[in-house]
Design a protein around this ligand. Structure first.
Ligand SMILES: Cc1cc2nc3c(=O)[nH]c(=O)nc-3n(C[C@H](O)[C@H](O)[C@H](O)COP(=O)(O)OP(=O)(O)OC[C@H]3O[C@@H](n4cnc5c(N)ncnc54)[C@H](O)[C@@H]3O)c2cc1C
Length: 480
């Protein structure tokens, strides 16, 4: 970067010297997000503490024509926070205050770097919580949840982040501050909130949010059912929905993944089974009682080999621990996991499972399967070693085929992890050129200089290798 010393001095004036990182050893921590195949080092890392500081940093970046990329906890799985054009990694985790909780309005006002869990913890004493629950919720920030429109196990019933947010303080890519939406439902203005949620930090940077809180359900029942195969479990999922039941959550994990969990946590999971299905029901006790009987009977009809219901809150927590630790536990068998996020119509779950298995065999890859099964949101994790070129190439080609399969089955590329750099080239499977151009025009109108999170979400027509300043491994290997 030109004028590096001058820029560091100016940034230090805004956020304090201690919050501008420029040594290689510090910058290395921000090389990538949790999608570790794509690595690109920022020139600088800046950690502001207020909206005013964020706005001032952005104005400075505009004056010096430096790209800047917002970053929360860096748990993203599509390379969204990776600085593919270098420049500034603008890390928002110091902005982690819960500003207020209003139990009467069921509303939280938070700084954007607050973690997802901290919002629910602060609301707990009022019998409320923040419904979107990504498995990364202990670390991931509200800003990252907004930018990716994060979901989670309970999205099936309670919706994604977009259904649980009312407004945001937002700094535009030129450094101007605006408020979009607000603490109350707003039907007068354009739905700009709908536009910025899920825009992956390409339209500006959120610094505060108004979040809708949900009252805790009166009664909760959680079932853990084991099946011989994912196909049988998948059929049970389709049958439950076809029966007219909308569980709070339906999650499925294969033997490979829950085997790793069992080795790490010793939860007593049944290692003779091929698939594990979690079904959670919540609502008034009378309704839950009837639904429980139906769900159990459907599981049995689909040859469940063991069924357990959580007897108390502790057992429920242990069941969820098995699910929420599944990705991390895969570290026991491979140094890297490339986690996909394809979506398929629920009714085609069985076909998708068979296709993914064929692709794994063809590329001689180990693929673990963890699904938000109720939403048809698949997370096949392709296990590999980044230092082995042959494995990286196989992962990229297999990933492409799996995403193609999802689109062919009537689904799409991403349910919640976003496009980032990971699926740029696959956008053309799901969108016609004119659709992509319409989205590009919106992006240009907010972000005309393309300084705000460049190289993400929308493919540049020049396409393969476009990341220019920091060529990514995927382009170096020409797997595209
Ligand atoms: C183990 C594991 C489990 C996961 N489980 C789930 C899951 O169940 N559901 C799910 O949806 N996701 C899941 N994820 C993915 C990830 O946690 C989510 O996408 C999360 O929302 C990212 O939050 P973050 O704070 O880490 O954001 P980051 O990774 O830092 O950033 C993500 C994107 O948001 C942008 N961004 C960050 N903050 C702002 C801001 N204030 N304004 C504008 N743009 C911003 C970044 O530029 C980037 O494009 C999982 C990840 C891991 C590692």
């Amino acid at each position: 970067m030109e004028n590096l010393k001058q820029v560091i001095a100016e940034l230090s004036q805004i956020v304090g010297e201690y919050h501008v990182l420029h040594k290689d050893v510090d910058l290395a921590l921000y090389d990538c997000d949790a999608e570790t195949l794509d690595v690109a080092r920022p020139d600088l890392v800046v950690l502001p503490a207020t909206s005013e500081e964020v706005a001032a940093v952005i104005k400075l970046a505009n004056r010096h024509k430096i790209p800047f990329t917002p970053r929360g906890a860096g748990t993203g799985l599509s390379g969204g926070a990776t600085t593919v054009m270098g420049g500034i990694s603008l890390v928002l985790t110091r902005m982690n205050k819960i500003i207020s909780i209003d139990p009467d309005e069921q509303l939280a006002h938070v700084q954007i770097g607050a973690t997802n869990t901290s919002v629910s913890k602060s609301s707990e004493k009022f019998g409320l919580y923040f419904a979107p629950d990504p498995s990364s919720q202990v670390a991931s920030t509200i800003g990252g949840n907004m930018a990716e429109n994060a979901g989670g196990a309970h999205t099936l019933k309670y919706g994604m982040t977009t259904s649980n947010i009312l407004g945001a303080k937002f700094i535009l890519p030129n450094g101007d501050t605006t408020t979009i939406g607000g603490p109350y439902r707003d039907s007068l203005s354009m739905d700009l909130l709908g536009l910025i949620v899920g825009s992956e930090g390409t339209l500006g940077i959120a610094t505060e949010a108004y979040l809708r809180l949900t009252p805790k359900a009166k009664s909760v029942e959680t079932m853990l059912a084991y099946f011989n195969s994912l196909e049988e479990g998948g059929q049970a999922v389709s049958d439950i929905i076809a029966h007219g039941i909308i569980p709070a959550a339906m999650e499925m994990i294969d033997r490979l993944s829950f085997g790793c969990v069992e080795e790490s946590l010793h939860l007593g999971l049944n290692l003779n089974a091929g698939a594990l299905l979690i079904v959670e029901l919540d609502g008034p006790p009378e309704v839950i009682h009837m639904e429980r009987e139906s769900v159990e009977s459907i599981a049995k009809t689909n040859a469940a080999i063991e069924i357990k219901w959580a007897a108390d809150a502790y057992e429920r927590t242990m069941i969820w621990k098995a699910r929420k630790s599944a990705f991390g536990a895969l570290g026991r068998i491979a140094p890297h996991a490339y986690v996909l996020d394809g979506v398929i119509p629920r009714s085609r779950l069985k076909e998708a499972i068979i296709e993914i298995d064929k692709i794994a065999k063809h590329y001689e890859l180990t693929i673990s399967n963890i699904y938000h099964a109720g939403d048809g949101n698949l997370h096949p994790a392709l296990l590999y070693d980044r230092s082995k070129e042959k494995e990286v190439k196989a992962v990229l080609l297999a990933a492409k085929e799996i995403l193609e399969t999802c689109v062919r089955l009537g689904g799409t590329l991403s349910g919640e992890h976003g496009i980032g750099v990971e699926k740029l080239l696959e956008m053309s499977y799901a969108f016609a050129p004119e659709d992509l151009e319409a989205m590009m025009r919106i992006k240009r109108s907010f972000n005309p200089q393309d300084l705000c999170n460049p190289g993400k979400l929308l493919p540049n027509p020049k396409s393969c290798g476009e990341s220019g300043k920091r060529p990514l491994l995927r382009y170096q290997l020409s797997a595209c």
